[in-house]
Design a protein around this ligand. Structure first.
Ligand code: OAD
Length: 231
C-alpha cells in the first residue's frame, strides 16, 4: 500500500480563477513581494498588506474547487495507502474540494494570527489593521500567512512524510520557493518515485523521474484514475 505525498502550488487553483504569482500578469507582476509578503513590509505599511490579503480572501471566497482539487480528495478517499497533501496555497479550495489530510505550509487566508501571543482564530472576510486578539487583547492581528523570511509551518511532519513516501507528486508549482522546491530531492533521496504535473517544466523539473504536462483539471484527474486503477 503506497504512501503518496503531494505538493501543490498556485497552478492547481488557476482554473478556479485564482491568479498565480509568477505568470506574466500574476500577483508578483502587480505587487512588490517585499511590500506585501514580508514582516518588514507589514511593519512599514500594515494597511497595504491587510488590503492585499483582504482582496485575496475575497477572491478565494468566490472561487470554487475544480476537478483537480476534487480528484485529490477522491484519491485520499479511495487509495488504500496514505495520502498527504501539502499545499503552498493559502486558499481553502483543497478542503472545500474534500481533502482532509492537508497541511497549509504557507498559512491560510481564513486564519488570523496574533503577532504578540501566536494565538490563531478564524479571520473575518475583511480584516482591519489593529484588530484585537481574542486571547491576549493586543491590537496585533495579522493575516496567518507565512511571509518571506519566516519559517513555513509543520516542516518536521512534512520531512518525516517525505522520508517515508513511495510516490511524490508536485502539482502546479514553479519550483522557485524553498523549502518546498527542495521536497523533490528529499523524496527522491529517500527512494520515492517522483512526478511533476504542470503546464510546463518547473525550475526543478529536471529532478523528477517523470512529467505530466497540461492543465491540472485534466492531468490530475487522469493521474488519479491511473493510480486508483493500479491499486
Ligand atoms: P507560481 O505562480 O510561482 O507558479 C505557478 C505554477 O503553476 C507555474 O509553474 C505554472 O506553470 C503552473 N500552472 C499555471 N496554471 C496551471 C494549470 N492550469 N495547471 C497546471 N499548472 C499550472 O506559484 P507557486 O509555485 O505556488 O508564497 O508559488 C510558490 C510560493 O511563491 C507561493 O506559495 C507564494 C509565492 O510567493 C508566499 O506568498 C509565501
Amino acid at each position: 500500500m503506497s504512501k503518496i505525498i503531494i505538493l501543490t502550488g498556485a497552478g492547481i487553483s488557476a482554473e478556479s480563477g485564482i491568479e498565480t504569482f509568477r505568470a506574466e500578469t500574476g500577483l508578483w507582476a502587480q505587487h512588490r513581494v517585499e511590500d506585501v509578503a514580508t514582516p518588514e513590509g507589514f511593519l512599514r505599511d500594515p494597511q497595504l498588506v491587510v488590503d492585499f490579503y483582504n482582496a485575496r480572501r475575497a477572491q478565494a471566497a468566490e472561487a470554487q474547487p475544480n476537478a483537480a482539487h476534487k480528484a485529490l480528495a477522491r484519491l485520499e478517499a479511495e487509495h488504500r495507502g496514505d495520502v498527504l497533501v501539502v499545499t503552498q496555497n493559502v486558499d481553502d479550495l483543497h478542503e472545500r474540494g474534500g481533502t482532509q489530510n492537508l497541511i497549509h505550509m504557507h498559512g491560510a487566508l481564513n486564519s488570523a494570527l496574533c503577532g504578540r501571543c501566536d494565538h490563531r482564530w478564524p479571520a473575518p472576510l475583511q480584516m482591519a489593521v489593529g484588530n484585537a486578539c481574542p486571547a491576549c487583547d493586543a491590537p496585533a492581528a495579522r493575516p496567518d500567512i507565512v511571509w518571506f523570511g519566516e519559517m513555513p509551518y509543520q516542516m518536521e511532519r512534512i520531512f518525516t512524510a517525505l522520508g517515508q513516501a513511495d510516490i511524490f507528486a508536485a502539482i502546479g508549482t514553479s519550483g522557485n520557493v524553498y523549502p518546498a522546491a527542495g521536497f523533490v530531492a528529499e523524496a527522491a533521496g529517500a527512494g520515492a518515485q517522483t512526478l511533476e504535473i504542470n503546464l510546463e517544466p518547473s525550475a526543478v523539473g529536471s529532478q523528477f523521474d517523470k512529467a505530466l504536462l497540461g492543465p491540472a483539471t485534466q492531468t490530475v484527474t487522469a493521474w488519479v484514475e491511473d493510480i486508483l486503477n493500479s491499486n
